[in-house]
Design a protein. Structure first.
Ligand SMILES: Cc1ncc(C[n+]2csc(CCOP(=O)(O)OP(=O)(O)O)c2C)c(N)n1
Ligand SMILES: Cc1ncc(C[n+]2csc(CCOP(=O)(O)OP(=O)(O)O)c2C)c(N)n1
Ligand code: SF4
Ligand code: SF4
Ligand SMILES: [Mg+2]
Ligand SMILES: [Mg+2]
Lengths: 287, 566, 287, 566
């Protein structure tokens, strides 16, 4: 295998053998390498959970923050330095549960970041409670009679919010995942990639086999610019489609809308206080 | 009437009836005329109606504190009159429409100056001009030059349609004309003095301090009384090269700000009570990441929603102990506008240098009070750059003697910058090495030594040695100072703390000299006294506390200090 | 006018003269009275904001909690005593901004409550900053160059989440509002009623006139059980439809799903600890 | 080998290899055999791999604290061996496969008992049986009756397929058979004693206490180490007539619980560090609404995510000062399982009676440790009903002498129950009457008097009078007690605080008798010492602190106390 600059070498990875996280990890490293992005230009922001450990297993910048809070620092980082490639990555519980408010408002804000959600339909790290995407009837140590809440449909919600790029993929098809991740990273604006993956330790229902059998690819002819069609497909539950559901051509990334970057592209991180501006301002106050 | 040193004017009326405009106009007229001015407001948590009041003091020499004393009272409606009634003394002159406002209050009748405000306003074009007519009357009483008055009216209404401006000029003229009919004992004369000062309020002092400190990013969620800092920075973001973002909630705000600092942009949040509560997890994150953050916390009376537009110093211990786990922090409590500016700038510097959270703890009274001060001395400002260029071997949490690891940012140098909310290795990666855990705790807490050394000393005000030492912190500073001055007791001094944590090591020496200690706090449980006790073992049984939602007034404090000092 | 049991008599109401809140207030009181619900059976939960002051102006039980947090206590109250009629009511900032996460998850949880949102497209109480529903370009003291975030579409999001009852009405048509509120309160499960209303003090764009001109009623023949049609209509922006967009016939209310209420309907609030159960349990532990 | 009083067994291996099952099985075998048992675990924040360990003590008389001393060590892999190596003394016997685990460690070679574990497991049916074989070996060493062993295996595996059960019986038999070949000095004999106790862990003690306290609703969000209480109540919700709801976040959880209390269902939340931070706004709300709430806060090392599965007492001051504004609260810190049960029940009672937030402050060590205790005495439990039936004149915040307003709930009586997070009138409606504000603050704070009177006294353990008094709180209680016992010094006593706030008024009397004070805390900044200083002015410079994420061990404390007591 080709050398990958994102490889950490021999390290202890805390995921369970057989976990889908390994696939996402591998594909993401390859994606970045194939896109010829330097590790020094990439920041991965994550929350807390099994998925959220991913930045510790990749050689690039990392901001491993709080459970549910991967998106706000990602937005802050991108605002401070739009030249960085910023990825916000966490689990389904982190991103849609604890972090649900940031999820919906980041879609509205539309920073140019890629949001990868490892969706195993369960809380892995805390040992198997239901996550927002857990299916009806899923039995856990807390949901002893099975989940009664309606499963959260991130794809449909993102489309309802006019999300700028909305996709779903699965560890059952790593090559297609790579194609989608590439498109997402290259997309200008917020890009959601929800990734199905099995949790071998706590989700005995939604296994690799289950994902294989219960998903299918959106057809080649599918047009992702049709919002209503996208919503229809996102609402399917019999079998779950994979692919790029929706791309909104009209959204302008957050940073590009910021006044400070309208005339001057220099990142905020490289600008320093100009006391003469302040002096002028104060003198004017005194007039 | 003889010349007076200091006049206090109280304007009171329902929200939405132009009190704010009248206040702005008066302040600018007084300033232009060379008076020293202080203004503060208290208002209800509603947009229209109710009763709000503004107190404006003008004087020949600087005045900077709230007084109860009311020389001129202008109530815009009967409710307003009742609202401030407690401030009326026999010396108070009341301006207003006798019939509608005061009929039943025979008690004050000889202090009332009957003004047919409704009629005057109607002549001008409607009720909305009442506030400007009132300003005219006051300007007339103070014998202010018409040119000054007109130029101030123009400044404020210039942006609007010409017709509106003209009407307001008419209104102010009508007021001034009317005041010439007034019995002479309502006339006031006072010395004026030209100066080169700027006038601003607490919110602006903090905002300007942030600019001076190199703030590049503010993320916040609106919350009274902290919003003015967000508004100020939003409004001047283009001038000062900074981003102001309204977040979806306070949790997002603090985490965005941490992201921005991490990536190299100095950042802050501004918030109050409940908003700060929501930020405490992020505060703890700052502690663990060793990513700097500046938090402006403008206090208001709690618990919960409490009294959203009023004042209190009730969140000190929460600011000190907020956030789970153990990590260092600094808490500044500016009581003067100068300190607000200087300490906010310093907050950015220290946050960056020590990679810790730094608080600016203010309150509604501080934020909404303004007066004039000499222009800030920008030459004193040093903004050091603490960011290092990284190389391939860079370790974000390198263990060092003093606990400070050089801070790199992504994109500057070849190194990788890894920060982690878990306990981590020197490289920033998650670890369960428990020896390393101990080293990392020690490293973080080690900074306390330097923070104590750097701590800003309290101001000692009054006689070098004293029998009674009054201790205060934050926004009460000017009020306590003026009250003590009035006591004219050579044995009482004031110690005003502008940094309450960590305490400078000299604190004990300063305090232990006095026989009697009195603490003044705008809260119910004497929170700073608790800090002094837990940090230094100092016991202060004599406590002057207030927790009605109002600031102390000079007179009230004078009385209470007199009693307490016995 | 007929005596209304919800009337407070002569009280000082802190809203600005001309504010749409008065209309909602009046219509809500009439609705409850006409539905013949006793004030003693109604709890209004609200957050903080101008809208959220409403429980202080009505004679019924009230839980006026924190900004953004009207829905969680409403859920707790309903769980503790399903016999109460529970209304969660606040402003757009409160419900969709600060409280966004509860909004999406309460829709999933589906307690049998009515969620009334006073949507004036602005933060009223804090003096005019943008709210999540503020339109593009709306200029405020904070959004000095106008809003750049995509406006939040609560109707589309609620439909995407399979909300059990999703409606929008406006103070421009109080009678229709009443009809919708009645349906919402009678609906079994979570019912969203987003109510457009002008803020005369801080929103000079979306005025009464603007709402009149920019809204229209869903036609009589409209079928609210068609999710895709509902989504389409919810996505309209040219003119904004009013009416009941979506009713989901399949959702079961949260409380009905709870084991404790499956056999025994007695509210939790009326049940007391049975130490003999505990004793039996402990004895079993010791065996 | 002579009879021993107390044996410590350490089982160590990667997560997911059946340590937990082996632990459960051993504990039940030992209990059935009549031994006193204590077990505790320390584990990494991962689901598979890494190195976790369980310490099991068995004895003829009750043992309830962690020791370092390891009489029998069973490492399941080489990593595990390295992980616990520091606990090996010359007296430790090590069981394992010499070749794969220890080859390079000539140092221990004569302590190692070579067991061909892989082979034995293979014979049984695969590696997954290793853990059960190990249990068999230990059972053999302790000469435990086969019938007991079999019945315990059956209990644990009964629910599974018959084949699995059979295999496990085989595995345990193989282990027992093997141990008969062991050199005799590995054999252990100890007295056993029958009792009627129950065995449980801290999470269960809290859960059962909540049930006894009439908990009808728990809303929480999973967070280690607080989750076991949620899980326990979820699992037995049907039995105990309660609702357990997993909220979308901690903010929802605390607000749901407040809603439920408001409507008449006693409720609680269980959380840790960051989750609690998110609840502090809700905590303040409880303070303002005077709606009761019980908060179980299970501490873990911070700041931020810290060490999620480890232990610390680092959130005491945060629990005390969390939430903006000023309002009363109670903090219980159970250190024994009995206290966990009793105080949790009491928490519900006091929360309801005083309409305040009551904390149960535990930590990972407390939650995950178990031992057996006599059955709880349910006759002592009094659950009073404090709810009143309302009439049309009902006022939720009626001003009363003691600050407590009778609490009504909606639907019980004809009155209306209005609660408000703003400052409010007696009826519960929003107000800006600032005199009323003062009355309401006084009313809320007034409760402190009664809370102090009701405060639970600390346990004085040891000689009635002493020269050195060791002070501890919460989960360290048993460890400190055993360490002091071992010191066999008649001049040292222990004061174990199970309520840290407010402090009972007798505290000062208890403490001031001793010449020397030593505080023991599982944190870096001696937080309880800070409370003692700020509340009582007591200074304790001698501090034994630990903040590695581990609990103290008896031996470690014995050493450190010996040094400190000098
Ligand atoms: C504020 C807060 N609440 C709760 C937790 C505990 N916690 C850690 S990870 C997690 C859930 C993880 O689930 P998910 O995001 O789906 O990630 P996975 O482990 O399944 O990859 C929770 C609840 C926390 N760390 N912080
Ligand atoms: C945690 C917290 N953050 C912020 C606030 C301040 N705040 C009070 S009301 C409000 C917004 C109100 O807007 P909306 O919900 O739309 O209600 P409206 O006043 O427009 O009816 C805000 C930000 C608060 N009370 N609590
Ligand atoms: S717990 Fe589940 S999601 Fe986590 S590493 Fe193991 S298999 Fe993967
Ligand atoms: S500020 Fe706006 S929403 Fe609030 S009461 Fe006034 S008009 Fe109504
Ligand atoms: Mg997950
Ligand atoms: Mg609004």
């Amino acid at each position: 295998m080709k050398k990958n600059r994102y490889d950490m070498g021999e390290i202890d990875i805390a995921w369970c053998p057989g976990c889908g996280n390994f696939t996402i990890h591998k594909v993401l490293k390859e994606t970045l390498e194939e896109l010829e992005i330097r590790p020094q230009d990439v920041v991965i922001c994550s929350g807390i959970g099994q998925a959220a450990k991913i930045p510790h297993y990749m050689k690039c910048h990392a901001f491993n923050g709080l459970h549910g809070r991967a998106l706000p620092p990602a937005t802050g980082i991108k605002a401070a330095n739009p030249e960085l490639v910023v990825i916000a990555e966490s689990g389904d519980g982190d991103m849609y549960g604890e972090g649900g408010n940031h999820f919906i408002h980041t879609i509205r804000r539309n920073p140019n970041i890629t949001n990868i959600v490892h969706n195993n339909m369960v809380y892995g790290l805390t040992k198997g409670q239901a996550s927002p995407t857990s299916q009806h009837g899923f039995v856990t140590s807390v949901q002893v009679n099975g989940v009664i809440l309606e499963p959260f449909n991130p794809i449909a919600v993102a489309i309802a919010l006019n999300g700028s790029f909305v996709a779903r993929t699965s560890t059952t098809e790593p090559e297609k995942m790579k194609t989608i991740l590439k498109r997402a990273i290259q997309h200008s604006g917020y890009a959601l990639v929800d990734v199905f993956h099995p949790c071998v330790s706590f989700n005995k229902i939604n296994t690799f086999k289950w994902f294989k059998e219960n998903t299918y690819d959106l057809e080649e002819t599918y047009n992702p610019e049709n919002k209503f069609e996208a919503f229809k497909r996102a609402s399917e539950t019999e079998k779950l489609p994979l692919g790029i559901f929706y791309v909104n051509p009209d959204r302008i990334p957050f940073e590009e809308n910021l006044t400070v970057y309208k005339k001057n592209k220099k990142p905020m991180s490289a600008r320093r206080v100009e006391l003469n501006h302040l002096k002028k301002f104060i003198n004017q106050m005194g007039k | 009437m003889k010349k007076r040193e200091d006049i206090s004017i109280v304007l009171c009326g329902p929200a939405g009836q132009g009190i704010k405009t009248a206040e702005n106009l008066m302040v600018s007229i007084f300033r232009k005329s060379g008076y020293a001015v202080f203004a503060t407001k208290e208002y209800m948590s509603r947009i229209r109606g109710g009763s709000n009041s503004t107190t404006i003091r003008i004087s020949s020499r600087p005045v900077r504190a709230l007084v109860d004393r009311t020389d001129l009272l202008i109530p815009l409606d009967r409710e307003a009159f009742k609202h401030v009634q407690y401030r009326i003394s026999p010396a108070t002159k009341i301006i207003g429409e006798k019939e509608t406002l005061f009929q039943q209050d025979a008690q004050w009748s000889d202090q009332i100056l009957d003004v047919p405000l409704a009629e005057l306003a109607k002549e001008t074009g409607g009720k909305i001009y009442s506030n400007i007519i009132v300003v005219g009357i006051i300007a007339g009483l103070l014998k202010i030059k018409k040119t000054i008055v007109h130029s101030c009216v123009k400044e404020i209404f210039n942006a609007k349609e010409k017709e509106i401006l003209d009407k307001n000029i008419q209104a102010v003229d009508r007021g001034m004309a009317f005041s010439s009919h007034l019995p002479s004992d309502f006339k006031i004369e006072m010395q004026t003095q030209k100066d080169n000062d700027i006038i601003l309020n607490g919110g602006e002092a903090i905002g300007l301090g942030a600019v001076a400190g190199g703030c590049r990013f503010i993320a916040s969620y609106p919350m009274t009384p902290s919003t003015p800092v967000l508004t100020f920075l939003s409004q001047h973001g283009e001038t000062f090269d900074l981003i102001a973002e309204q977040a979806e909630d306070e949790i997002a705000a603090v985490n965005m700000a941490l992201g921005a600092w991490y990536a190299g942009a100095r950042s802050m949040v501004t918030t109050s009570g409940g908003g700060f509560a929501l930020m405490t997890e992020g505060l703890s994150l700052a502690g663990m990441l060793e990513t700097p953050i500046v938090i402006h916390l403008a206090q208001r009376p709690g618990p919960a929603t409490g009294l959203p537009t009023r004042t209190e110093q009730g969140d000190l211990l929460f600011a000190l102990h907020g956030g789970h786990g153990e990590f260092p922090r600094i808490i500044f409590t500016p009581g003067t506008l100068e300190d607000g500016f200087v300490l906010t700038q310093k907050a950015f510097d220290l946050a960056d240098r020590f990679q810790i959270p730094v608080f600016i703890l203010t309150d509604q009274y501080y934020i909404d009070s303004y007066y004039h001060i000499p222009k800030f001395d920008l030459l004193k400002i040093k903004n050091k750059d603490y960011i290092v260029k990284t190389d391939a071997k860079y370790k974000r949490y390198a263990l060092t003697e003093n606990g400070i690891s050089p801070r790199g940012i992504p994109g500057y140098g070849n190194g990788l910058v890894v920060v982690d909310s878990d306990e981590h290795t020197e490289e920033g990666h998650i670890t369960e090495d428990l020896d390393l855990r101990v080293s990392m705790v020690n490293k973080r807490l080690k900074k306390m030594d330097a923070l104590i050394k750097e701590a800003v000393l309290p101001d000692w005000i009054g006689p070098k040695s004293c029998e009674t030492l009054v201790i205060c912190w934050g926004s009460t500073a000017h009020i306590v100072a003026e009250a003590i001055e009035k006591l004219k007791d050579k044995k009482i001094a004031l110690l005003y703390f502008k940094q309450v944590y960590p305490l400078p090591s000299k604190t004990m020496n300063l305090i232990k000299k006095s026989k009697k200690l009195i603490i003044v706090e705008n809260n119910a449980t004497a929170q700073f006294a608790q800090i002094l006790k837990s940090q230094l073992g100092i016991d202060i049984p004599t406590r002057i506390l207030k927790y009605s939602g109002q600031a102390f007034s000079v007179e009230e404090l004078e009385q209470r200090l007199k009693k307490a000092a016995l």
